[in-house]
Design a protein. Structure first.
Length: 160
């Protein structure tokens, strides 16, 4: 007998998102933060999803629909930046190496499109393998806390 997808049900949860309303998410796509998201220490379970293809994502708290943040995957967006992720940080999220870590930064939305920015010094690290993540603060003066996204259109923006 050949197994089909119908024979292997995937556990899902419904997450009430700020942007799309309720969505079904595979339970194994829920990320547990092992370190707090700055300012939201009480929220531990999150999902990351997209509304359109590209380097922009949404980080949504599972427990609170009002806690949602726009993210950018800086490397996917073409931001040329070196982030020194420590072995301890990789270990904390269950990643054996840097290639097992997805990196995101929080986007600050602004009414003035020229002021939309991201903080490259406080990335969110996620290991899809383990389902764990954490936000880290990198003490590197080359990483701006106010990287303007309008600079992305200037031939591969370099931070620092």
């Amino acid at each position: 007998m050949i197994a089909t997808l119908e024979d292997c049900p995937v556990d899902t949860i419904t997450v009430d998102t700020m942007i799309k309303g309720p969505i079904e998410v595979p339970a194994d796509k829920v990320i547990t933060l092992v370190g707090p998201l700055l300012g939201f220490e009480h929220l531990k379970r999150w999902i990351i999803y997209q509304t359109d293809a590209g380097p922009l994502y949404w980080l949504q708290a599972v427990e609170d629909r009002r806690a949602a943040f726009c993210l950018i995957a800086p490397f996917q967006a073409g931001i040329k930046v070196d982030m020194d992720i420590t072995p301890a940080d990789a270990h904390d999220i269950g990643a054996a190496s840097a290639d097992q870590i997805d990196v995101y930064t929080v986007v600050v939305l602004d009414n003035d499109p020229g002021q939309i920015r991201t903080n490259l010094a406080a990335p969110i690290l996620v290991s899809a393998r383990s389902g764990l993540g954490k936000q880290v603060v990198l003490e590197d003066p080359r990483l701006p806390i106010r990287f303007l996204l309008k600079d992305l259109g200037k031939g591969g923006a370099k931070a620092g």
